[in-house]
Design a protein around this ligand. Structure first.
Ligand code: SF4
Ligand code: SF4
Ligand code: SF4
Length: 501
């Protein structure tokens, strides 16, 4: 008899007084947890397959279900936790690399939660955003060092191509393949309605979404999937992906099982073939090589599109950022270690990279110190969870933020962290037609629009309370922030004072 070393993480609790055996839960669970037993004439479960996605709970018509974390426990201690023990059992069973999805869940400090925002009192009065104009429009791209005039005094336009954002929020890279067609449709429509941008990720651009080109950032990653001249010219900007926060230093892998005819066509790879992005770009081994790609892409698009370079937040991020600013790139994107993903090796997700808050502050300071801050706009992502995180990021020096996990939550994601299985019960991280159709792009885009509109409203309220009426005046304004419970070193890196100072 096989020994089962791992006890299920969750227990499915069914209130049989309420259950009417309608079998909705059985039909809704792609993990096949619920089943009807004709012998006992009632619903039963195989809890070992439950990932706590709450789909069945949300759709049960009689509220008969709840999912609880099991109180079964190993004889654990602070060193050998139940999680560590389970992982060893699992690897002893499979011999494989542990895979996870979404962002780093470890209890490292969340610096956003240790930073507080200033508000006006008595002098420098606050501003009422309902009665007075508040500007959150943002332009991303290289800013000229000086205004040029012709001999007769007329201003000579010397502004590089810019991205114009009505709100300082964009949807971060998520490829078609890692997320569904309907999730992409929701993001594309919402970006267009909000006056901002979504990002193709490394999966190419489905032909149906070319219509959203003016609100699309097209990505060029190491696998170069789906990259061709029309693709490059279809987007409003091109992002070169050098790294991502969830898995710095490694490439990507979309299993062949997910490469259906549509994805194969979009990515320009054979149907059913694994889509493996190498860890490095095989033509980039230096900033000079990166510069060549930046200018190749500018050439390919007649110098009409800003070029973005995305990196993961790592130890020497400020020096890398300085090189990227000098490479000719227009926008630098930094992804912190809490950034989500569809699939990453668990050890890398949980142990590699640094917090976005520290990376952002270090980069902004370095670019200012070197007098090159205007050469690139800085966009940050990696778990921007709410409008306060957004405001703090801008005050630490960001021009705008990328959101992805928050956007997926708006679409219905329940953070079950099993995207790698391809069985997303909410129709997001899946290619199974019967699951994809659960996400209605009309509803999805409206929920995204609502979320971003709410954040923008809150952002304006907080800015008003600070006596600031434009995002320009907030950017890099670290005087508006105070740290709480941080060490001198942390405060020095963040460039902020402690509360009470
Ligand atoms: S959905 Fe609710 S009522 Fe229907 S079978 Fe499942 S638990 Fe019972
Ligand atoms: S995996 Fe999701 S749908 Fe299935 S039983 Fe668990 S919570 Fe319910
Ligand atoms: S996208 Fe789907 S599978 Fe991934 S964490 Fe969210 S609900 Fe779970």
């Amino acid at each position: 008899m096989a020994i089962n070393f791992i006890y299920p993480q969750y227990e499915v609790v069914r209130n049989y007084d309420r259950c009417i055996s309608c079998r909705v839960c059985e039909r809704q669970c792609a993990n096949e947890v619920h089943f009807y037993s004709p012998e006992s004439q009632k619903m039963l479960v195989d809890e070992s397959k439950c990932v706590c996605c709450h789909r069945c709970v949300s759709l049960c018509p009689t509220r008969a279900l709840k999912i609880v974390k099991t109180d079964h426990t190993f004889k654990e201690n602070a060193n050998w936790t139940g999680k560590t023990i389970s992982e060893i059992y699992l690897q002893a069973e499979t011999g494989g690399v542990l895979l996870s999805s979404m962002g780093n869940p470890e209890p490292f400090p969340v610096y956003w939660d240790k930073i507080l925002i200033n508000a006006s009192q008595v002098t420098n009065p606050s501003i009422d955003p309902l009665r007075e104009p508040m500007e959150t429009k943002t332009f991303l791209g290289k800013k000229p060092g000086r205004i040029e005039r012709s001999a007769d005094g007329v201003v000579v336009p010397n502004l590089s191509p810019q991205l114009e954002l009505d709100v300082p929020i964009m949807f971060s890279a998520m490829s078609y393949g890692s997320i569904s067609y309907n999730a992409h449709a929701s993001l594309a429509r919402a970006a267009a309605a909000l006056g901002t941008y979504y990002n193709t990720g490394e999966g190419g651009l489905h032909e149906d979404f070319y219509q959203y080109g003016p609100h699309t950032i097209v990505q060029v990653a190491s696998g170069r999937f789906g990259v061709h001249k029309n693709y490059l010219n279809a987007g409003a900007a091109i992002e070169i992906k050098m790294g991502q926060g969830a898995k710095p230093g490694i490439g990507g892998h979309l299993p062949g099982l997910k490469v259906d005819p549509d994805i194969s066509k979009t990515r320009m790879i054979p149907e059913g073939a694994d889509a493996i992005s190498p860890a490095p770009h095989h033509d980039i081994y230096s900033i000079e090589d990166l510069r060549q790609l930046v200018f190749s892409l500018k050439e390919a698009t007649s110098y009409q599109k800003p070029i973005m370079v995305k990196i993961a937040a790592v130890h020497n991020v400020a020096a890398i950022a300085s090189g990227i600013a000098r490479s000719g790139a227009d926008i630098l994107c930094i992804d912190g270690y809490r950034g989500g993903t569809g699939a990453a090796p668990t050890r890398i997700r949980d142990n590699v990279g640094i917090p976005i808050e520290l990376a952002l502050a270090a980069v902004d300071q370095r670019l200012r110190d070197e007098g090159i801050r205007g050469q690139v706009s800085v966009v940050v992502g990696g778990s921007i969870r709410n409008s306060a995180d957004l405001l703090k990021a801008v005050a630490l020096g960001a021009d705008a933020c990328y959101i992805a996990t928050s956007a997926l939550l708006a679409l219905g994601c329940h953070l079950c962290r099993s995207c790698q299985s391809g069985k997303c019960n909410w129709g997001i991280a899946t290619q199974r037609p019967e699951l994809v159709k659960r996400l209605n792009p009309d509803d999805g885009s409206q929920r995204l629009i609502n979320l971003v509109a709410a954040w923008d409203h809150e952002l304006k309220e907080m800015m008003g309370g600070m006596g600031i009426n434009s995002i320009e005046a907030l950017r890099g304004n670290r005087l508006m922030l105070r740290g709480l419970g941080l060490t001198e070193k942390e405060l020095a890196i963040l460039g902020i004072k402690h509360a009470g100072e």
